[in-house]
Design a protein around this ligand. Structure first.
Ligand SMILES: Cc1cc2nc3c(=O)[nH]c(=O)nc-3n(C[C@H](O)[C@H](O)[C@H](O)COP(=O)(O)OP(=O)(O)OC[C@H]3O[C@@H](n4cnc5c(N)ncnc54)[C@H](O)[C@@H]3O)c2cc1C
Length: 478
C-alpha cells in the first residue's frame, strides 16, 4: 500500500484537525465495514459542506490519494473498507431530513438514517418502503450506493424505485445535480441511475429527493407452514398467479425454522416442528386488505399444512419473532457464515430448491436459507467452522457452485448487498467481457485517476483467504 503522508498533512492544514483526523481511534473505526475485512486509512475526513468535499477530491486527484466514502459501515461485502488506504470521507454528520407533505417527497442528506426517514415520513402520513434489516443503522447514502432492498421489494421495489433526484460530487470534485424534485425528468442522460448501485465508485452523494407513497391504512399478517420447500415455492407462485401482491412475503426453509425454534424454545406450529414457512403481510386500504384476506385464507387452506393469522399487532409481532431470530440463531451451525443474497426468477424457484438440497448433500455443510419470495432474493447462508480447513474448502466450493447455478437459472449473484470485495470472483459469471469493459469505461470516464473507492468490483479478491477482524458490531445477529 502506498502512503501519502505529505498530502495528508496538506489536507489537514487546509481543513483543520477537527475535520481531518489522523488519530488511531478514528482511523481504526473507519478501517472496516460489516465484512470485517480491515484496511487502515491514513485519515478520516468529516466534511462540513460541499466546499470541503471539493477540496478533498481536488487534492486527492492532484496527489493520487485513494478516497473511500462511508455511511454507517454496515456493508456486508467490504464495499466501504478503504482497500488502498488513503482517506475515508465520513458522511454521518450530513443527516438532515425534510418531508414535503404536499408533494409526497423527502429531501434527505446522505448520512440520514433510513429508519429516521421512515419515521419522519410516517409522522406525516407517508411511507418510504425500502427497508433493509439494517435500517436502524444504515444511511440513505449507503442505500443509494448499494441500491439496497428489503422485505418490501416484491410489492413496492427497491431504493432505485424511490430516488427522484441526487446531488453530490463527481470523483474530480465538481458539484453536480442529477434530476430535480419532480416526478418527471427527461432532460439528458440519466446519470442519477448510474450513481444508484455504483458502490461509491462514481461519485459522492450528498443529498437525495425521495418519492413517498401514502401510508397503508391496514395491515394483516399470516404465517403458513408447508410440507417441504418445493411446496412452499409452488404455493407462492400460485398466490401471485391470483394477482395477490403481499407487501411482504418472507420464506424460511426448515433449517432456518429449526434454528429459530431452538433459539426461542418455542415451536412455530405445534406438531409441525421444522417445516418451511412463509410469512405474509398484506397492506393497503381496509377494503383492499379485507378482500385479499379472503383469497389468502382460501389459498392457505389449500396449500399449507398449517397456518395462523394474527388477530392484532401483538400477535403479528409474535409471528415476526421467528423471522427476526433466524439469522443470529444460525451460528449454532458454524462460527462463520458466507451470507449470500442471490436472486432467482420465480419460474425457477423449485429447481433452485432442489439444487440447494444437492449442495447440502455434496458439501456436507449446513446451508439454511431464507429471504424475500416476493422478488426471489434469497439469503443463502453457508455455515462452516473457521478452524476446520476441510469445511473452509467445502464452503469456498459451495459458494462457487451456488453462483454458477444462480446465473444458469437466469438470476443474479447479488440482489441488494452489491459486489464490493466479497463478490468480485463472480462478477464475470454475471457479466460478459464486453459488459465489464463497458462498466470500466464508465468508471474511467468519471474517475480518470481512479481515486474513488479503488480496488473494488473489478479486481478479484478472494475473501476466504483473508483474515477478518474478530469484533462484535452493534448490529451483529439482528
Ligand atoms: C445486520 C445487517 C442486515 C442487513 N440487511 C440488509 C437488507 O435487508 N437489505 C440490504 O439491501 N442490505 C442489507 N444490509 C447491508 C447494508 O446495510 C446495506 O448495504 C446498506 O446500504 C449500507 O449502508 P451504510 O450506510 O452502512 O453504507 P456503508 O456500509 O458505509 O457503505 C456502503 C457502500 O456505499 C458507499 N457509500 C456510502 N455512503 C455514500 C455516499 N454518501 N455517496 C456515495 N457512496 C456512498 C460506500 O463507499 C460503500 O461502497 C445489512 C447489513 C447488516 C449488517
Amino acid at each position: 500500500m502506498k502512503y501519502h503522508l505529505a498530502s495528508t498533512r496538506l489536507l489537514k492544514r487546509r481543513l483543520g484537525p477537527r475535520i481531518v483526523r489522523t488519530d488511531e481511534v478514528a482511523r481504526a473505526a473507519a478501517s472496516f465495514d460489516s465484512s470485517k475485512l480491515p484496511f487502515l486509512p491514513e485519515a478520516v475526513v468529516f466534511p462540513r459542506d460541499d466546499a470541503d468535499l471539493t477540496a478533498v477530491l481536488v487534492l486527492a486527484n492532484r496527489h493520487r490519494v485513494p478516497v473511500t466514502v462511508r455511511g454507517r459501515g454496515t456493508s456486508l461485502t467490504g464495499s466501504a473498507a478503504p482497500k488502498r488506504g488513503g482517506w475515508v470521507v465520513d458522511m454521518l454528520g450530513w443527516n438532515r431530513i425534510r418531508i414535503d407533505a404536499e408533494a409526497g417527497m423527502a429531501q434527505v442528506q446522505a448520512g440520514a438514517k433510513v429508519a429516521d426517514i421512515q419515521r419522519a415520513a410516517e409522522a406525516k402520513g407517508w411511507f418510504y418502503p425500502p427497508d433493509p434489516s439494517s435500517k436502524e443503522y444504515c444511511t440513505i447514502g449507503g442505500n443509494i450506493a448499494c441500491n439496497a432492498g428489503g422485505m418490501h421489494g416484491g410489492k413496492y421495489g427497491v431504493t432505485r424505485d424511490f430516488v427522484l433526484a441526487l446531488k453530490g460530487h463527481l470523483p474530480t470534485g465538481e458539484f453536480v445535480t442529477w434530476g430535480t424534485p419532480t416526478k418527471k425528468f427527461s432532460a439528458g442522460f440519466n446519470l442519477r441511475d448510474l450513481w444508484i448501485g455504483s458502490e461509491g465508485m462514481l461519485g459522492i452523494v450528498t443529498e437525495a429527493t425521495l418519492k413517498l407513497i401514502p401510508l397503508p391504512a391496514a395491515r394483516w399478517t399470516l404465517l403458513a407452514a408447508f410440507e417441504a420447500e418445493p411446496d412452499a415455492f409452488r404455493a407462492v407462485r400460485a398466490l401471485f398467479g391470483q394477482r395477490i401482491q403481499p407487501a411482504i412475503c418472507e420464506f424460511l426453509d426448515r433449517y432456518s425454522v429449526l434454528c429459530a425454534e431452538r433459539a426461542t424454545g418455542a415451536t412455530v406450529f405445534p406438531g409441525q416442528s421444522g417445516r418451511p414457512v412463509v410469512l405474509l403481510e398484506l397492506a393497503g386500504s381496509a377494503s383492499e386488505v379485507r378482500e385479499q384476506k379472503r383469497v389468502v385464507l382460501a389459498w392457505a387452506g389449500r396449500y399449507a399444512v398449517a397456518h395462523r393469522a394474527a388477530r392484532n399487532r401483538a400477535e403479528a409481532e409474535e409471528l415476526w419473532a421467528v423471522r427476526r431470530k433466524c439469522s443470529g440463531a444460525m451460528f449454532e451451525l458454524g462460527d462463520a457464515k458466507l451470507n449470500e443474497d442471490i436472486v432467482v426468477p420465480m419460474h425457477n424457484y423449485v429447481k433452485f430448491a432442489r439444487f440447494l438440497e444437492q449442495l447440502r448433500r455434496e458439501s456436507k455443510l449446513s446451508i439454511p436459507t431464507f429471504g424475500h419470495l416476493g422478488d426471489g432474493n434469497l439469503h443463502v447462508n453457508i455455515m462452516y467452522h473457521k478452524a476446520v480447513p476441510a469445511e473452509c474448502r467445502a464452503a469456498e466450493k459451495a459458494v462457487q457452485k451456488l453462483m454458477q447455478m444462480v446465473v444458469a437459472l437466469g438470476g443474479a449473484i447479488s440482489g441488494e448487498h452489491g459486489i464490493g470485495l466479497a463478490k468480485t470472483p463472480f462478477l464475470r459469471l454475471q457479466h460478459s467481457a464486453a459488459q465489464v469493459r463497458a462498466m470500466q469505461a464508465v468508471k474511467k470516464a468519471l474517475d480518470p485517476n481512479g481515486i474513488l473507492n479503488p480496488g473494488k468490483m473489478f479486481e478479484i479478491f478472494e475473501v476466504w483467504k483473508h483474515r477478518r477482524l474478530d469484533v462484535k458490531l452493534p448490529w451483529d445477529h439482528k
